[in-house]
Design a protein around this ligand. Structure first.
Ligand SMILES: Cc1cc2nc3c(=O)[nH]c(=O)nc-3n(C[C@H](O)[C@H](O)[C@H](O)COP(=O)(O)OP(=O)(O)OC[C@H]3O[C@@H](n4cnc5c(N)ncnc54)[C@H](O)[C@@H]3O)c2cc1C
Length: 477
């Protein structure tokens, strides 16, 4: 009898759970409502690999954050994505903030995090020359890092496909029935699938999805965080700079992105709708002011690339809720920060503890499992001689399409061969149109390549979801 495991939700958590399970079971099916993986909460956040020193000792967050941080070293090698352990500082500017830094040090000890130390003013200003000169000292964590979390989700989904699992997009779960001991999963597009075991990793909607199974999990409410993305033109900071936090969040930070830009944000405001990702004038003013308290020379006028907002899946308890429901489905819910960092540890918790120990399912590691994955390198980052050789074999590697982020036609074609079908797929898989001009110069070219290599009319190409077309009449491109 075939034993099929379904995962609902293809963010960083769902894709890594699918990948972890796929090491044991071939028939893992991942269902995602959007057109690609990692396109919801996983794409709009600070993208920090946290050190795990500040989560409340004894919480599930604390248990899984530091472990997740450590698991990223192996994960990065296997899934082949950029990860830079640039470190992080929590900076005390006022004298009274210093006490918090020492409290954090004690918390780090309780959480088993050894890789932290207090850095005094002189050393801090040497490490970060643009930081507020009034800064007194900081708590430095050397294992904190930065990465592109949506790439992890996209690569993890690809790894499931390579290892015999199925990954399906545009599959929004809307109804569940229990039939002959199995779950009958019904999707918005009217398709239906039977599954023996289901894992709900639906992010902001995990509480709504739990209800489809007749299960209760803590209610999720969205807490918005707004950001500025600044360009690579000036080197503001080398590492992530945190303020002493507020009670609601880790505070508004200044940090580098893994491809060389900078983020300033986020704030934290509870909103009514799980779709409200609009930025606001008040919110942006707030983070501009808070960012400049940490790094006074931030130049928002000259270096602004874009603003954006993400929604934290928050609960009253502020902790992850990961358990088996009465229905027998597993709910991975309330995955707020540090969910990106904890994700690989959450995946192991679900597979090794909930499935193998608590449910008692006997599963064994597959011998034919392929852990390591290839990914087209960003050509501008490789050695020039190597790049020249690649151009000899494939002239598309010498044709620059996105001039801001230096993305070649070859990289765009490779992403299409890896499943990209929308402009956002190309944007998030290659960073083309992600730079200063925000696609002003390259969108038409990318549209043409997408149409040609997927054998479609340009009018059929969407930005992301169905109906988000770019051109709706015959045009000359
Ligand atoms: C402002 C902000 C800053 C943050 N900063 C950090 C940070 O620096 N470091 C860190 O570690 N964490 C951070 N986080 C937390 C982190 O982003 C989240 O914990 C993580 O992305 C959650 O991933 P997920 O896979 O659970 O959710 P998602 O990425 O939202 O994935 C859930 C998926 O389920 C799909 N889905 C929903 N309903 C259905 C359905 N009915 N059927 C099928 N599919 C469905 C969605 O489309 C979505 O793709 C931050 C979060 C925010 C908002």
């Amino acid at each position: 009898m075939i034993f099929l495991i379904a995962i609902i939700g293809g963010g960083i958590v769902g894709t890594l759970i699918a990948r972890e399970l796929n090491k044991y079971v071939e028939d893992v099916w991942l269902f995602e409502a959007k057109t690609n993986f990692g396109m919801a909460v996983t794409k709009s956040n600070s993208a920090i690999l946290h050190g795990g020193y500040d989560d409340p000792p004894g919480s599930l967050r604390a248990q899984l954050c530091y472990k997740g941080n450590q698991l990223y070293t192996q994960l990065q090698k296997e899934l082949n994505f950029d990860l830079k352990r640039v470190g992080s500082h929590v900076v005390a500017i006022e004298d009274e903030e210093t006490n918090y830094i020492y409290d954090l040090l004690k918390k780090a000890e309780k959480n088993g995090v050894k890789e932290v130390r207090i850095v005094e003013k002189l050393e801090l200003l040497e490490m970060e020359k643009n930081i507020n000169p009034k800064a007194k000292r900081s708590l430095f964590c050397e294992i904190a890092g930065i990465f592109d979390p949506w790439i992890v989700a996209i690569q993890a989904a690809k790894s499931v496909r390579i290892n015999g699992g199925r990954t399906l997009t545009k599959k929004r779960l809307v109804e569940v029935e229990k039939k002959n001991g199995k779950f009958l999963l019904k999707f918005q597009d009217k398709s239906e699938y039977f599954a023996d075991l289901v894992i709900n990793a639906a992010g902001l909607y995990a509480d709504d999805v739990a209800k489809l199974f007749g299960d209760e999990v803590p209610e999720i409410f969205p807490v918005k965080g707004e950001y500025f993305l600044l360009s690579k033109d000036y080197q503001y900071v080398n590492s992530t700079i945190f303020p002493v936090p507020t009670g609601i969040s880790k505070g508004c930070l200044v940090l580098p992105t893994v491809d060389g830009g900078y983020l300033v944000g986020p704030n934290a405001n509870r909103v009514m709708s799980k779709n409200d990702t609009a930025t606001t004038r008040e919110g942006l003013n707030e983070i501009r002011e808070k960012g400049m308290r940490l790094v006074p020379n931030l130049n928002f006028r000259r270096h602004l690339v874009k603003t954006f907002a993400g929604l934290r899946p928050e609960t009253e308890k502020k902790d992850f809720y990961i358990d088996v429901g009465k229905s027998g489905a597993i709910h991975v819910s309330g995955i707020r920060s540090p969910g990106l960092t904890a994700a690989p540890a959450i995946a192991k918790y679900v597979v090794e503890y909930l499935i193998q120990e608590k449910i008692g399912l006997k599963i064994y590691q597959r011998e034919n499992y392929i852990a390591e994955m290839e990914k087209t390198p960003h050509l501008v980052h490789i050695d020039r001689d190597k790049w020249n050789k690649i151009i000899q074999e494939d002239p598309n590697a010498g044709e620059m399409i996105c001039h801001c982020n230096k993305v070649t036609k070859k990289e765009i074609i490779d992403s299409i061969n890896n499943g990209a079908r929308t402009l956002d797929d190309i944007k998030f898989m290659t960073r083309a149109s992600f730079g200063e001009c925000q696609g002003g110069f390259c969108t038409a070219k990318i549209l043409k390549i997408l149409a040609e290599y997927t054998n479609r009319d340009p009018r059929e190409i969407n930005q992301n979801e169905d109906g988000t077309w770019i051109v709706n009449a015959k045009v000359r491109i």
